[in-house]
Design a protein around this ligand. Structure first.
Ligand SMILES: Nc1ncnc2c1ncn2[C@@H]1O[C@H](COP(=O)(O)OP(=O)(O)OP(=O)(O)O)[C@@H](O)[C@H]1O
Length: 692
């Protein structure tokens, strides 16, 4: 079918599917043939178009309408419409051969989902399934989205919509070291408002979800990931779904919930979701790539998409009949889903197959437009424009005793409760991360012993001056790379979970940020104490209580700066790969200008200022002052060497500030880094979704 035919078909469809009232007003125009039949040299398609046009005018459609006849179907009519969408179109700008082109990803998609209904969005890869799901769930970023989406009959309010709906992402981002029960319990603590749920209520809800999703047998098994063995893929998916169901959403979106699962697990996931949706009156919309025949038949309705166009939207039970009516009879032993997807897929093997498949898709799209227009004309296809009585305010508590009287008015729990829950979750996670803890402790002890014995038993001769400076610089260095890099990796994993949880407004950014600071700092400080103590005692740096504890305090300040720096990099940079290049590059500059490699007083003015913003310089200067203050060195008379520690401090350009001032500068830098990190994290967690 040519582009022109398609365009004309769309015009007709737009006209036919327009709001009933306005169409009534336009009917006279229709009789006056305002939209004339097109004449395009595209045989089959043109003829179909003209047939449809004439059919519409004479009202002699041949497609049998699938009116509900059974009792169950009649009940359908009384279900409330949770979400309806009309003429949903999504366009993005793409650059093709240096020219900017507009690409239409979704093309005038209309439909609706009712309470208790499970609808699958099916199509080949690139058909626009995820885009449609994102558009309906209010998670589209960038591009232009137009059309109308109504939630319970009203335009969506971002906050209310977020709290009343749930989205299960394709990747199950969860803490791998928590058990299934802990994962759900923490989700319940964070997501359910204390004003409506007591601690016991929350425990009961978790138990109910475990039972409903058949997770009781694995309740004490760790979630796991690619590195640690845990529950199976299907169980992990059910945990993800369970965490979302805890809040009793009115509408549940699932992006490819069966991807990566075997057919039995997929079947179980879909069936459980459908049963829970029915029981609780939740409307479910999910994308699915190529479901098995059994799974396909589980869905109440299907949305078949091809190249961003609607090919069929209606009951699963009538899909085969529909396709048969338009000339595509599904073979008896073939999986209908496979058959439909094959029909809707463009065949790129050669030019001939491509043209053929394009024509077929155009015909399918066109036929659906015709079918939809007729159904709408007869008042059977509700695109959700007429839902005046839908307020979604109906109390669904009679469906299950688990649902509280007002399930959708989530309010934030108090700051302290949220913080305590997050910190407790973090500590459980970190304490179970034995490889991380052991490697951090061993690294500190091992390098501490190596450095200590390298400079074993320092004397007070001129050579010991250089060794002392080397050892102090190593202490400063140890508070940079070994602290920043492992923490950065751990932070990225946490950050991704936070961004997912924040997209459902589970907790505040502040509580997340402070909980991270209070988790990472103690561990790095403990490692710092192990390292500094080993070095001090073995190498015999000046061993007085005051000098030792001062060195420990300076080291701790630099640790705090390093953790703040790590948080800033982790918040600023989108991906861990880039962060792992940027962070070391900056730390190397800090070390270069730290005061040992080049005397800071001799560095050119153009670069000399770097030391004033360099935490390593302040830490090293403080450690040098602490060690060399009041020291006397044995210097052979007539030889050129230091006789006092003060000379060392002065000559090496470390005497500008006192130890206290250096420490305060370190804390100031940490405060600046934390402020930037928090602002960036907030910005990153800010929703940029287009919601219509
Ligand atoms: N923001 C965007 N900019 C450019 N192209 C986009 C954008 N969003 C989606 N697309 C394109 O739109 C098409 C549909 O994407 P979508 O992810 O919805 O497909 P899908 O049906 O979910 O495919 P799959 O099953 O492979 O995930 C793809 O070709 C994709 O590249």
């Amino acid at each position: 079918m040519s582009d022109q035919t398609f365009h004309e078909t769309k015009r007709l469809y737009s006209f036919l599917t327009r709001d009933y009232q306005s169409r009534e007003e336009d009917n006279s125009n229709m009789c006056d043939t305002t939209i004339p039949p097109v004449s395009i040299s595209d045989g089959a398609s043109t003829s179909l178009y003209n047939d449809a046009y004439n059919e519409f005018n004479t009202n002699t459609f041949t497609i049998t309408p699938d009116l509900p006849h059974s009792t169950e179907s009649c009940q359908e009519l009384f279900k409330e419409v949770i979400l309806s969408w009309n003429d949903l179109t999504y366009e993005v700008d793409t650059t093709v051969k240096k020219t900017l082109e507009t690409r239409t990803i979704l093309n005038q998609i209309s439909g609706q989902v009712k309470s208790g209904e499970t609808i699958a969005i099916i199509g080949s890869s690139g058909a626009g399934k995820t885009t449609l799901l994102n558009a309906l769930s209010g998670r589209i970023v960038g591009g232009r989205l137009s059309g109308k989406v109504l939630f319970c009959g009203s335009p969506r309010h971002p906050d209310c919509f977020k709290h009343a709906t749930a989205y299960v992402q394709q990747d199950d981002l969860m803490h791998p070291l928590l058990t299934v029960q802990e994962t759900l319990s923490y989700a319940a603590k964070l997501r359910l408002p204390n004003s409506q749920y007591s601690a016991n209520n929350k425990i009961n809800r978790v138990s109910a979800i475990l039972q409903q999703l058949r997770l009781v047998g694995v309740r004490n098994t760790h979630i796991g990931n690619t590195k640690t063995r845990g529950v199976s893929g299907g169980e992990r998916k059910r945990v993800s779904i369970g965490a979302e169901l805890l809040t009793d959403p009115r509408l549940l979106f699932l992006d490819e919930p069966t991807s990566g699962l075997d057919s039995n697990s997929s079947q179980l996931v879909v069936e459980l979701v459908k049963n829970i949706a029915r029981e609780r009156g939740i409307a479910v919309l999910m994308t699915i790539h190529q479901p098995s025949a059994r799974i396909f038949n589980t869905f109440d309705k299907v949305i078949l998409l091809s190249q961003g166009h609607l090919v069929y939207f209606g009951p699963t039970s009538t899909a085969i009949q529909y396709f048969s009516n338009i000339g595509y009879q599904c073979p008896v032993h073939e999986n209908p889903a496979d058959y439909f997807v094959d029909l809707m897929t463009l065949d790129y093997r050669n030019e001939h197959t491509l043209t053929e498949s394009k024509n077929r898709v155009s015909v399918l799209v066109y036929n659906y437009m015709r079918y939809a227009a007729k159904r709408m004309y007869e008042g059977q296809l509700d695109t959700g424009q007429h839902t005046p009585n839908n307020t979604c305010a109906s109390d669904v508590s009679d469906m299950t005793d688990l649902i509280p009287p007002t399930p959708h008015t989530q309010t934030w729990n108090c700051w302290m409760y949220e913080y305590k829950t997050l910190i407790s979750r973090d500590w459980v996670n970190i304490m179970r991360n034995t490889p991380y803890l052991v490697s951090q402790a061993m690294q500190s002890l091992f390098t501490g012993l190596i450095v200590g014995f390298m400079f074993y038993y320092l004397k007070h001769d001129p050579i010991s001056v250089q060794n002392r400076m080397g050892i102090l610089y190593t202490i400063a260095l140890n508070a940079t790379f070994p602290i920043i890099m492992p923490a950065l990796q751990a932070f990225y994993e946490e950050r991704d979970i936070m961004l997912r949880e924040r997209s459902s407004a589970v907790y505040r950014v502040t509580t997340f940020y402070i909980s991270k600071v209070t988790t990472f700092m103690p561990i790095s400080l403990a490692c710092g104490v192990i390292f500094t103590t080993s070095v001090y005692f073995i190498s015999r740096l000046t061993l007085t209580a005051s000098k030792f504890f001062t060195a420990l305090s300076v080291f701790s300040c630099l640790n705090v700066v390093s953790i703040s720096f790590m948080l800033m990099i982790g918040s600023a940079i989108g991906t861990m790969d880039v962060a792992f290049v940027v962070a070391p590059a900056i730390v190397i500059i800090e070390l270069l200008f730290g005061g040992l490699i080049a005397n800071p007083t001799t560095i050119t003015a153009a670069l000399g200022w770097i030391r004033w913003i360099n935490p390593v310089y302040y830490a090293y200067a403080a450690l040098v002052k602490n060690e060399f203050d009041s020291q006397v060195f044995e210097c052979t008379p007539g030889a050129q060497c230091y006789t006092t520690g003060e000379q060392v401090i002065e000559v090496n350009g470390m005497g500008r500030f006192s130890i206290l001032q250096d420490s305060l500068f370190l804390l100031l830098i940490a405060a600046v880094f934390n402020t930037i990190a928090y602002a960036l994290l907030r910005w990153r967690a800010m929703p940029r979704y287009i919601m219509i």
